[in-house]
Design a protein around this ligand. Structure first.
Ligand SMILES: [Zn+2]
Ligand SMILES: [Zn+2]
Length: 192
């Protein structure tokens, strides 16, 4: 892991950061390859703040977005995307709610809404439905991850996040999993 810091300033509410040069080759495996890239972005000085006016509560997120096109070979861009892709949470949620409401309405329409056995059965059904959806979600994440790992090459340094940004009030820190790539980047940009 090689961390490189790049100074920045905020002038007139605008982020001022120098144009960065990126070494040729892939930030994950280091190999020279047909050019492809992965977008890495950060919200510098990003903060959430909450304000309350009467009964209304509003959350603001402030900060300065910055992003870079990091050179990465096609294989590595693909395993990175695959590792990050997540299961369709929204669809699962809708299926879960629809099933819960559907069965609930079924019991109600059969006049079983106050039947103790039906209530216990319904609670059990909800518990099984919930844990089933959760298991499916967890399994789906594991499957994406192992699929991504299987796509990695022998010199790959990270299944995802070969370049990860962080920041403080004066610097943006770019963390490189490929040490040599990170060192070359630091040299090219006169950064430490
Ligand atoms: Zn690569
Ligand atoms: Zn890779």
């Amino acid at each position: 892991m090689r961390s490189v810091r790049v100074p920045y300033q905020v002038i007139d509410n605008k982020l001022a950061i120098r144009q960065l040069s990126w070494p040729r080759g892939c930030a994950c495996c280091g190999q020279e390859s047909p050019p492809s890239s992965l977008s890495v972005s950060a919200m510098v000085r990003g903060k959430s703040s909450t304000s309350e006016v009467g009964m209304y509560r509003t959350t603001y997120t402030s900060g300065y977005p910055v992003s870079w096109d990091v050179p990465m070979c096609q294989r590595c861009a693909l395993h990175d995307e695959t590792a990050k892709s997540s299961p369709p949470v929204g669809v699962l949620g809708i299926v879960g709610v629809a099933a819960a409401l559907g069965v609930g309405y079924g019991l109600y329409s059969m006049d079983l809404a106050y039947n103790e056995v039906a209530i216990v059965g319904y609670a059990l059904f909800l518990a099984i439905l919930g844990s089933g959806l959760y298991e499916f979600f967890a399994w789906s994440i594991r499957r994406h991850k192992s699929k991504a790992v299987a796509m990695m090459g022998p010199t790959c340094t990270a299944v995802t996040g070969a370049v990860t940004p962080a920041w403080d009030m004066d610097f943006v820190y770019l963390k490189f999993t490929h040490d040599l790539y990170g060192s070359t980047f630091a040299q090219m940009n006169g950064a430490a």
